[in-house]
Design a binder for this molecule. Structure first.
Ligand code: ATP
Ligand code: MG
Length: 316
């Protein structure tokens, strides 16, 4: 089956006053098939949101992307807002509390999305908004339609965000940390909702998270990001049962369930390094990338970012 989303060798650089200041994505490649949920996982700052934003051409100003992104057979013009946003692709941004405009009702904002992207009259738009508010399990869609963001709980807001993403009936849905701000019970409800909506509507999902537990719950495949590159990818069951990269193993050891099972919770020592910083003349951190978070780096880790046995190493 041909890919719904194909990202090939995506890199992003930031420049200030003509100087290269940061290179947070360094050759990310991943694919999502129609109806598939791909988890993009990694710790803070590794480039998860930038990957999602680049797919829509919504990178922050100053960003210079390179590589290739093809959505539904259409090559995207990197660095420009995608014409597929609001039609074939929808995104739920990382923080639902600030994603809605506080001075407009949720109904007005969802109506506006439909007005911009679909040629429906007012009555049809209202009916469709109410339909999707109901589809995401909000108990009183009419009331939610008339509400402002501050009147809803975190879980309700997340559902409303998902409804807003669904009104244009996308083929690809990008969910950026959809459960991070929620308590465990509500988070579980949101993940169940994502699964049931995918089964009902058949869209592909890029589910961005720092939590492997979330990946285990809902994702068909997973791409593990580390310092701006995919260091491991595969079917969720395979990656979680037999992680091939030491960083993936480190993430798994950080799962609270492991701690409860008695295998011991271990935090990866050190911090995830910035993917790149310094002047253009400075060398890129080919060797230090993985080593600085390891307690006892292996010899090959000193040399360069380790690959997975049997796969070609990424270029530094
Ligand atoms: N506007 C910007 N200018 C310069 N660098 C930026 C900018 N936005 C992001 N970055 C860099 O990109 C890196 C990756 O950012 P991104 O938001 O994709 O991280 P993330 O993996 O989503 O993290 P989190 O889990 O905290 O949301 C950041 O660490 C930062 O170094
Ligand atoms: Mg993010």
């Amino acid at each position: 089956m041909s890919a719904l989303l194909a990202i090939d060798d995506l890199s992003v650089e930031f420049h200030e006053r003509g100087e290269l200041t940061n290179r947070p994505l360094r050759g990310v490649s991943l694919e999502i098939a129609p109806g598939e949920i791909l988890g993009v996982v990694g710790e803070t700052g590794c480039g998860k949101s930038l990957t999602g934003l680049a797919t829509l051409g919504l990178l922050p100003s100053g960003a210079r992307p390179s590589g290739r992104i093809v959505v539904d057979g259409q090559e995207q013009r990197l660095g420009e807002p995608s014409p597929l946003r609001g039609t074939a692709i929808s995104i739920v941004f990382q923080n639902p509390g600030t994603a809605f405009n506080p001075v407009f009702t949720l109904g007005a904002q969802m109506d506006d999305v439909l007005l911009r992207h679909r040629g429906l009259d007012k009555k049809e738009r209202r009916a469709r908004v109410l339909h999707y508010l109901e589809q995401v399990g909000l108990p009183d869609p009419e009331r939610v339609y008339r509400s402002y963001a501050h009147e809803l709980s975190g879980g309700m807001l997340q559902r409303a965000m998902i409804a807003m993403a669904l009104v244009c009936e996308p083929r690809l849905l990008i969910l950026d940390e959809p459960t991070t701000a929620l308590d465990v019970t509500v988070a579980k409800q949101i993940l169940d909702l994502v699964l049931s909506l995918r089964d009902r509507f058949g869209f592909g999902v890029m589910l961005i998270t720092h939590n492997l537990g979330v990946v285990r719950e809902v994702c068909d495949r997973v791409a593990v990001l580390y310092a701006g590159r995919v260091i491991e990818t595969g079917a969720t069951a395979q990656v979680l049962s037999d992680p091939r990269h030491p960083y993936t193993r480190g993430l798994m050891n950080a799962l609270p369930a492991r701690h409860r099972q008695g295998s011991g919770w271990r935090r990866s020592p050190g911090r995830c390094p910035r993917a790149w910083s310094g002047s253009p003349a400075a060398p890129s951190p080919s060797g230090a990338r993985w080593r600085s978070t390891r307690a006892r780096p292996r010899i090959r880790c000193r040399a360069r970012c380790p690959g997975i046995p049997g796969t070609p190493r990424p270029a530094s």
